[in-house]
Design a binder for this molecule. Structure first.
Ligand code: F6P
Length: 394
């Protein structure tokens, strides 16, 4: 490939999610509009070095991918670049790897490399930046756990998938008068569980951010029965700790982060043991990461792709695109990684859920937690103050 005057590189790293192809398409189309050409490295950072593997990307070969799940470039959360977990607990990359990456970038004449990834992958991008390799970051993950951005693309699609599953479980749970437990992903953040639980009409939502007990979960089931409701829907986040404080995880083959999963079955077994009610588990797993992105994710991912190109053109290297509604903005990558965004136990969504009677397993179902309406009371007080002031003025 000839070395052009202006070339942008792009790669997708870490676990995939719906919307990656929309970012690639958005970046390629906007690069070409501005007179840049593009190459896409294969299998995340792996394609950058020994052996270098890339595709030339143009508006033609990225046409028609906007609505496709996965990534045409491939991705991995394993391999030579996966040892780096975050910034505070970071593992330095092998300097020979960094030399190799720098050589590739120089030889191909890349003026900016768009790294699309989650926390771990962006921490690698930060090390590239410190080494003088021209990078910008684009945040992606179904977990929505990056604090610098209000939303990551992929999250809305995962929530839509989990909500659809709850809709389906609802009818079969009602027909058989059963308790259904749905385990969803999200790692150490409960966003997918909280949002799908609210959207799918769950009765109990168990999150990593709110401690819970089996007594209170069972109490909710019995409370519903006392109201004539003979089925219950429970959503549990894979990263919700058991009451004893343990996380439930699977073998991970010794590479990368622990693989969470299995809590759904434990919750179902315990409910069945305590209440002698038929209980079933559904584990959504990677279904949440597949399939077409939702409209919201397509729009967000397309904007992220286009704005990442803008950062490179403006020379704002070492920054990560973020969504701070209504703006698409950017922050230094170093500030963006390693700050986990978790559900606020006193936030508006949790309070609204509690106000509806959804249980978080942290108190008996017939006792209201003290702070349900604190947000509503504050807003009311504020509205009264504004009205009083308006009356005074008039
Ligand atoms: O970070 C995205 C995520 O899907 C998590 O929600 C989940 O715990 C993990 O990745 C699964 O990873 P893997 O694809 O390696 O099984």
């Amino acid at each position: 490939m000839n070395k052009p005057a202006k070339r942008i590189g792009i790669l997708t790293s870490g676990g995939d999610c719906p919307g990656l192809n929309a970012v690639i398409r958005g970046a390629v189309k906007s690069s070409w509009q501005l007179g840049y050409d593009c190459v896409g490295f294969l299998k995340g950072y792996e394609g950058l070095v020994d052996p270098v593997r890339y595709l030339s990307l143009d508006p033609k070969n990225t046409s028609g991918i906007l609505n496709q799940g996965g990534t045409i470039l491939g991705s991995t959360n394993k391999g030579r670049f996966a040892a780096t977990v975050g910034v505070q607990d970071r593992v330095e990359l092998d300097p020979r790897l960094l030399d190799g990456v720098q050589r590739t970038v120089e030889q191909l004449g890349i003026c900016g490399l768009i790294c699309v990834g989650g926390d771990g992958s962006l921490a690698v991008a930060q090390q590239f930046h410190e080494r003088g390799i021209p990078v910008v970051g684009v945040p992606k993950t179904i977990d929505n756990d990056l604090s610098a951005t209000a939303f990551t693309f992929g999250f809305d699609s995962a929530v839509a998938c989990a909500t659809d599953a709850l809709d389906r479980l609802h009818t079969t749970a009602a027909s058989h008068e059963r308790i259904m437990v749905l385990e969803v992903m999200g790692r150490h953040a409960g966003w997918i569980a909280l949002h799908s639980g609210i959207a799918g009409g769950a009765d109990v939502i168990l999150l990593p951010e709110i401690g819970w007990t089996f007594e209170d979960v069972c109490h909710k089931v019995l409370h519903r029965e006392s109201q004539g409701k003979r089925f219950t829907l429970v959503v549990v986040a894979e990263g919700a700790e058991l009451p004893c404080g343990n996380l439930v995880s699977k073998e991970n083959g010794g590479e990368g982060q622990a693989r969470l999963g299995g809590i759904g079955d434990l919750v179902a077994q315990e409910i069945e043991k305590r209440l002698h009610r038929e209980t079933r588990t559904a584990v959504l797993g990677h279904l949440q990461r597949g399939g077409p992105p939702t409209t919201f994710d397509r729009v967000l991912a397309t904007q992220f792709g286009a704005h990442a190109v803008r950062l490179i053109v403006e020379g704002r290297l070492g920054e990560m695109i973020c969504y701070q509604p209504p703006q698409i903005d950017s922050v230094p990558i170093i500030e963006a990684v390693n700050h986990l965004s978790q559900v606020d136990p006193n936030g508006a969504a949790v309070q609204a859920a509690r106000a509806l009677g959804i249980s978080f397993g942290d108190h008996p179902a017939d006792e209201s937690p003290f702070n349900i309406f604190s947000v509503a009371e504050e807003s009311l007080a504020m509205a009264e103050a504004v009205t009083a002031e308006a009356l005074e003025v008039s």
